[in-house]
Every structure is written in C-alpha cells, then in structure tokens.
Design a protein around this ligand. Sequence first.
Ligand SMILES: [Ca+2]
Length: 456
Amino acid sequence: MRLLALLLAPLAALAQTKPNVLLIMADDLRDFGGAFTKEAVKTPNLDRLRSRGTTFERAYVQYPVCNPSRSSMLTGLRAEQTGIVGNDIPLRQKMPDIVTLPQLCKEAGWQAHAFGKITHLGGGKDAEARQRWMDAGRSWHTAQAFEATKAGRKMLAGRDVTNGALKWCVWGAADGTDDDQPDGQIAAATVAKIEELGDKPWFIGCGFMKPHDPFIAPKKYFELYPVSTLQPWRDPADITPVRKESVGFGDYGMAFGKFTPQEWLELFRAYCAATSYMDAQLGRVLDALDKNSLWDKTIVIFVGDHGYHTGERQWWNKNTLFERSCRAPLIIAAPGMKGGQTTRSFAEFVDLYPTISDFCDLKMPHAGAGTSLRSVLADPTATIKDAAFTLVTRGPKLHGQSVRTARWRFTQWSDGQTELYDHDQDPEELHNVANRHASVIQDLTTRLQSLPKLTP
Ligand SMILES: [Ca+2]
C-alpha cells in the first residue's frame, strides 16, 4: 500500500496543478448591490455560488460594452491596449498573435470548450464568421452558439416598448421550456461536456446570453415578479445634469426620455425575469459540480461582462462611466479557499487572466495589466490595488476615462471636461462635485495619466 501511495503521489500533485476552469458569464447582468439580495431580483443559485466562493463587491470592467470588455478580460489587457472599443471588430482582426486565457490552458493540455457567448458573438447567420468570432480552434477546441426553438420564439405576452424606434428594446414572456431558449441549451451542453470529460483537466466557457436584450424568458419567470412588488428607480429632482456624451446620448437618450413610469416598470420586470431564468440555468451547472464532486478540483468564476443602468440617469443600457455600468458581478470559488466570503478589495477584470493562470500554475505569456486575486481569496480583507479604471469612446474624436477609488469616482473626457462623485456621500453618483476638491482632482488626474495611451 505504501508503495502504491508513493507511486500515486506525483499524480496527485500533477492533478492539483491542473484544476478545471469553469468560466461562467452572464450578459448585461448588473451587480444588484453586491449582495444580490438588496433588490427585488431572485437569484438563489448565485446565492448558492456565493456560499461556495468569494463575492467581490467592487469589481470593475475595463470597457462597459460586450466585445471590448470580453476582449480585455480574455487577453488580460486594458481596452486602451487592445484598441477594441466597439462590437464591430473580432479579437483576431486586431490581435492575431495574442494568447487568450483559454488558449493558454488549451496549449498546456486542458480540454477547452465554449458554449454560448464568451467572446462577443458577431458574424450574423454566416457559420464560418461566427466560428471566427468565437475564436474556435485557437482559444477553444470547440465553440458552439445556440438559438431559441420555434416554441421559444412564440411569445405569450410582450411588447415592443419604443414602437420600433429601438429594435432591441422589446420584452417577451415565451412559450415552451427553459431549453427552448439558448441559455437552457447552453446549460445542458455545459453539463454534458463536464460529464463527458471526466478526469481530464478542462476549461469550459459557459456563456449565458441573458439578461441581455431582447428581454425574453419563459413565462414562469415573469410570474416570480407581480407588478405590484417592483419599484423601478426614479432619479431625484436635484440630480446634477451632465453632458449628453456622458449619458443620455443619441437615439437611445431620445427614446428613454419618452418612457412612461409604466414602461420603466415593464422593462425592469422583464430584466428581473430574464435574470432569474439565467440564474436557474446556472443552478443546473452547479448541480453538475455537486453530482460529480468537482468543487475541490475546479476554479469557478462567475462574471457579468459589465453593469447596466435600469433607469439610473434615465438610461436603460450600459456604455457609461457611471458605477452602475462599470461595476459588474464577480464571484470566484477556488479549490482550497473558503466559501461565503465577501470582499471590498478592488478587482478589475484584467485581473482574471493572472488569477486563473496562477491557480493553473501557468506563466502568463505576455505582460498583462492585472494582478492575481489569489491573496484576496485567501484573505478577503487583503487588497491588491486601490483603484479601478474604465474607458468609453464616443466616436473617433472623444473618449472618457474613469477611475474609482474607495471614496471617489473621477471621470475625465479627452476634451478636458470632468466629473467627480463622492461615494462617501453619494453612492448613486447623483451630484457632480468637480467644481470642488481641486487637490483630489489633481491626484486622480495623475492616476489617469498613468494609464496606457489609447491605441485605436
Ligand atoms: Ca454585454
């Protein structure tokens, strides 16, 4: 027996250095107050994952739009460095030789498979273009996207809220089952792959597509939210107005400006229903980890790709430099780390690449912009950084950069305009105090100047 144990010891050590990686993403899921329970939305499976891991209450994306955020996260580089600042350019067109996070593991022997939306899903109906957008073959052995079935496309209730002005701005309570929508199929495919791969080390991307628009979920999830139980956000009367490029710009701003209280309520209810639907699919994946006893062999990361305004500053979207858009959900459950922890340590999504390569004992092949979060997982009172940075662009001529510190959010536009919000007094960023606090602004301007230059 002793000889057998000696022979097996190196194998056990090897297994420990090759944990499975389960990267679960939700699309356009705002951070509901960090604890998820402070607001109306019901997310029992996110709560279940929180009990297994560490919840980051201050996690920030580097660009609050799908493709720029995901490209930054998967390369460990800031959007200023990738130059990917829109949903129109696939990663490889801009960075043909970069080694992505799943690719790093794949080339080191992990089985790498993506289901649903991990990279941005461009390419329309062109199957080959879609595979290129998903970076199949380079980042993943296989990558697969999913669509609603005929039953799932039949709406039992719903409405086009802007009468066609914004094509995406519709909600629907769908006929059919969970698996008639893409997220149910994504959960089923993820579970099947976990069971198929057994003891081989794997890196699985499980990319849920909700609560992103169109705000559709099977009808039963709408029934969780009787209209009388919901109170959508209303801006107070004394809110400081800001420039249109900051928030409220374009056709979106025009349309949201006309929303009635009833329309804000309808959209908020649909967003909550789509969130609970996504959460239920997450539960199926967590069940597979339970059933196959994989928690001590798997690092599980749950992220949203950026935040979302559900009415704050009369905005129903992302793509702003406010807290509601820049802050996103992040939960990490890693082998050997305690569960049920919450941390106020700052985290940026560029930290995920070094964190996962740290747990996989792989060297990051290029100089990344982030830092491993391992020390925070070991001790949630530890900190690895005291600020987080986010970029947006407004066409080729204007961009804004924002820095969040423990007390402040400071935003500087490339034409020199600034905004400053004091989180000690004003957590919802209602009052711009940039005409005061000159020394704070000087300090935070220096911090922004330390960022890499935007290279479009
Ligand atoms: Ca998104």
